[in-house]
Design a protein. Sequence first.
Length: 445
Amino acid sequence: METVNISSGGDAGLSSAKPYTTVEIVLIILVAGSLSLITVIGNILVMLSIKVNRNLQTVNNYFLFSLACADLIIGVGSMNLYTVYIVIGYWPLGAVVCDLWLAVDYVVSNASVMNLLIISFDRYFCVTKPLSYPARRSTKMAGLMIAAAWVLSFILWAPAILFWQFIVGVRTVPPDECYIQFFSNPAVTFGTAIAAFYLPVAIMIYLYWRISRASRSRMQRDSRKTSGTSIVEAHSHSQEDVGENQIQNNCIQKIREQLREAVPRKEKEELQQQNGSSPCKEDKPEQVDPEAESVQPSTSTENEVPVSVLKGLNAIRQMNQADPASRTTSLTDSQATRTLLKVTKQSTVAKWRKKSTSLREKKVTRTIMAILVAFVVTWTPYNVMVLINTFCSVCIPNALWTIGYWLCYINSTINPACYALCNTTFKNTFKHLLLCQYKNIRTVR
């Protein structure tokens, strides 16, 4: 059995393979085909979810959309071609298709790593520079960064893979094999593994360590601030409660004064008769202009009464002919209370929005952390074998190369599951799409 020609970006070529039995071939095709189908469906769901649900159309999710595009290409092309290569034991599609497959595979794999780096830096700046960075964080900026990741990946890999044979003047890859020609040198393979995997992973781990450290520091500051000012805040709240009660009492008193001025003299006379007193007989009720009965808001700053309360005084007077004194008092108190509650609601809404933003940021960070962990777990075995192969070219059997290489592909299958498990909005949108429930899908949360 010959050795495996390896690479660092997510591709390997088998120079020859042990013949498989019919049962093994069927099993390989079923497993590989199932993984490919799940990968394609999962990443299409991610892309459709971001497209149709307005709540998912955020800058961070645009980076995930780009990552899903890369994973979709791997699920459609790379997985199936590699399965053919494994089952048959040699490359049957010629040199041109081989080079195209390798070029696409490496460009897409490198674009995935670049997208993960962009997402990590985006999270880092969001947490460490919450005031200055969001002002520059726009859809246009996200589009430029995504385009740069794909263009840079293409420039780094495609020309070298496609034209290396013309640069050196000869193609050294046998017709029945498929691997990158300049990876025949183990030292080159080692260097590309460092640049394409180990260095980006080290940067991402460092950034998330800084994110975690900054988050803990902020929580500790908030905790100290809360504990240090709890007594002062309690006293302040009690003072505010007393002040609000005083304001409400003054408001109600002013409303009553306005009401007494607005109630006709006849009603005053009836009220006085109920209290056991009567006006002098010489006094005659004055004619009150019906238009003058409406209560107008005071223009004086000192005696200012809420406008919404004063507008209801005319209706209150008409409803309380039987007992104007008692009913007017209760209703005006209720009107004043509702007016004061409107002001209180504004601060409550502001606190709720702040809490909602904090929860959303935690959800995003949790999702990205799951994607990073999945990437490291699935790509590390293959790249460890690359390092070992540099010093011992016969130490890694073909079966381990195949498993390690497939783990790199399985990362594209796992990513959509990370979105659904860590983000409820993605999960609910997936469910609506799979069940063909398109009603209100644009606002699913």
